[in-house]
Design a protein around this ligand. Structure first.
Ligand code: ADP
Ligand code: MG
Length: 217
């Protein structure tokens, strides 16, 4: 049996003295969409930041594709195929859709979907309709799509998605759900953080609940 794509063991995370995550253990299988749900402040975003290596003083162990990445810097984790879509969409407002996509480009990776601009525009029709629009002149939902598409340009093994449905119009939430199901069908593995349990249930294979920094079973 092969190891799960992501294995997290006994993760603790802190902001300064504040202890935020307590002994989190979870796994994401290959091709699986795991939803991490829970109320505002539960620690969902902190979990993704810790997995990306963005926090200081984190304890526990993180294995990606059988490899211990616990001590690696964020850029090294990105190179190994962790694709992070933070909740504050960090697109370049002065750059066009196509230019934003280019900033995410990484070499092809074995065993995962490898993306081209053309394939991404087919997956995101609303981006295809505005290839030259500056990021700063797009709606919240369009910016969210662009952030996801740009991350896919890095050909991730595992997509870490933080609240993609947050603050976007209902019609865009539906498009977002279809897009995630499409990605799943292509074999992409996703760890999805979502307060919206309806959305999470629609697109995930499995979900677990985080409450005050602890996983409920
Ligand atoms: P969620 O994403 O589930 O809403 P977060 O991971 O953002 O929750 O937050 C978990 C807890 O950590 C909350 O109590 C929040 O106030 C706290 N927190 C988040 N970011 C910071 C920060 N930069 N500094 C200090 N505390 C933070
Ligand atoms: Mg959050």
């Amino acid at each position: 049996m092969s190891a799960p794509l992501l294995r997290v063991e006994g993760l603790h995370a802190f902001y300064g003295q504040a202890h935020i995550l307590f002994d989190l253990s979870l796994e994401v299988g290959r091709g699986e969409v795991l939803a991490l749900t829970g109320p505002n402040g539960a620690g969902k975003s902190t979990t993704l930041k810790a997995l990306m290596g963005l926090l200081q003083g984190t304890q526990g162990r993180v294995m990606l594709d059988g490899r211990d990445i616990t001590r690696l810097a964020p850029y090294q984790r990105a190179r190994l195929g962790l694709g992070f879509v933070p909740e504050d969409r960090r697109i370049f407002t002065e750059l066009s859709v196509l230019q934003n996509l280019e900033t995410g480009r990484q070499p092809p990776r074995q065993g995962v979907p490898n993306w081209t601009v053309q394939a991404l525009l087919a997956l995101f029709p609303n981006l295809a309709a505005m290839p030259h629009r500056p990021g700063g002149r797009m709606s919240g939902g369009e910016q969210q799509m662009l952030t996801i598409a740009r991350t896919l340009m890095g050909n991730p093994q595992l997509l870490l998605l933080d609240e993609p449905s947050e603050g976007v119009a209902p019609v865009v939430v539906e498009q977002m759900a279809r897009m995630i199901l499409d990605l799943k069908q292509r074999g992409l593995s996703i760890l999805l953080c979502e307060q919206n349990t309806h959305f999470a249930n629609m697109v995930s294979d499995r979900s677990c609940v985080l409450d005050q920094g602890r996983l409920l079973v």
